[in-house]
Write a protein that binds this ligand. Structure first.
Ligand SMILES: Nc1ncnc2c1ncn2[C@@H]1O[C@H](COP(=O)(O)OP(=O)(O)OP(=O)(O)O)[C@@H](O)[C@H]1O
Length: 351
């Protein structure tokens, strides 16, 4: 199952806007069509489509093992795909050369072996590979490492190391920046500082592909998102339309006189609250309560607008239910017959 941004349930792969947006340009920085990646006997990425427009910040969201890193590594040219078409800055990543790579900035999920030099030395060294790098000291300041500029990289804390990873990713003034869970290990202040840096890069015209498990981070930074689960694109579109209109209907919660909790989704929360108040007024007039003005306020009243995280969790829960239903419907036909001609052999295509 796949949802478009309107929540109509139309397949992202077959709708009139397969890349998940309303107005697409002819020259996206990333274009992915029918991408698959097979490991042993299963597709980790199973036919996904999306575009990233120039200057856009696009978030790729999904649970652990969904296929996000595999997709990103294919786009970066670090992993071979099994099938489909991919273009990054107009080039097939499997044929990307050094001049193409110099146009990318990459912040991987883990930074690998710590370098031996100081923060400033490492950044100067990296900057020397690029034709038009950012200023080293300004970049150090932008990631909040000014007081660690002369510290050995091996002595940095986990969060400080991650800030350095981000600095190394942006030092070459990339046209397209890949950020794979960039703020894991950041303290709250560092995350906000990082968000500011990303907004500045975006304002300069940098296109960004972000994966994150922090939905507030995606909400802060991205304009569009794709949600992957089980290697398939389950929702794709502008962030404020993801999951469809039904997922955004406000929830009104209140307690009745006996203390029981009630919850109702409604497009007109003010109308529901007015209705609850008129019921309280009627009860008061009938003498069932003291009739004090304060009692006209429903107890524990709250009106909640679902956050991106609420919408995402709802979407993933729905996808998991549907996948489980499909799997159980498939069980009888797939069970015992392994002798059938044409049984697939594991076809490993590891990069
Ligand atoms: N080299 C590999 N060989 C076999 N299977 C792999 C390999 N790399 C990843 N996988 C499997 O492919 C699936 C997708 O993995 P991937 O790392 O892309 O997920 P992810 O969405 O990035 O997850 P996370 O949020 O945990 O980082 C997982 O089931 C994973 O176990």
């Amino acid at each position: 199952m796949s949802r478009d941004s309107s929540g109509s349930g139309a397949s992202a792969g077959t709708s009139s806007t397969p890349a998940g947006g309303r107005v697409r340009t002819a020259d996206p920085v990333v274009r992915v069509r029918g991408l698959t990646k097979r490991y042993a006997d299963r597709n980790a990425v199973d036919g996904i489509d999306f575009d990233i427009e120039r200057g856009e910040t696009f978030a790729l969201l999904g649970p652990n093992g969904a296929g996000k890193s595999t997709t990103i590594e294919i786009l970066e040219g670090y992993r071979r795909r099994t099938g489909g078409e991919v273009s990054v800055l107009g080039v097939d990543p499997s044929r990307g050369r050094l001049d193409w790579r110099a146009r990318l900035g990459i912040v991987l999920q883990s930074s690998g072996e710590p370098a031996t030099g100081t923060v400033r030395q490492e950044l100067r060294h990296r900057a020397s590979f690029y034709p038009n790098p950012r200023d080293v000291d300004q970049t150090i300041a932008a990631v909040g490492l000014d007081d660690k500029a002369d510290a050995r990289v091996g002595r940095l804390s986990g969060g400080q190391q991650r800030r350095l990873d981000v600095a190394l990713g942006v030092i070459g003034r990339p046209e397209l920046l890949f950020l794979d869970e960039p703020t894991t290990g950041f303290d709250p202040e560092a995350r906000r500082q990082f968000w500011q840096l990303i907004r500045e890069l975006s304002a300069e015209g940098t296109s960004i592909l972000l994966t994150t498990h922090y939905l507030d981070e995606a909400a802060q930074l991205a304009s569009r998102a794709g949600v992957i689960a089980g290697g398939r694109m389950r929702a794709l579109g502008p962030l404020d339309e993801l999951g469809g209109a039904a997922a955004r209907v406000p929830i009104v919660r209140w307690r009745d006189a006996a203390g029981a909790l009630h919850e109702q989704r409604t497009e007109r929360p003010a109308g529901l609250v007015a209705h609850l108040q008129s019921e309280l007024a009627r009860d008061a007039a009938a003498g069932s309560s003291a009739g004090a003005a304060t009692e006209l306020e429903p107890r524990g009243l709250e009106v909640v607008r679902p956050s991106l995280e609420d919408i995402y969790l709802q979407l993933i829960a729905e996808v998991e239910r549907e996948d489980a239903a499909v799997a159980s419907a498939d069980t009888p036909s797939t069970s015992p017959d392994t002798t059938k001609p044409g049984t697939t052999k594991p076809e490993e295509v590891r990069a």
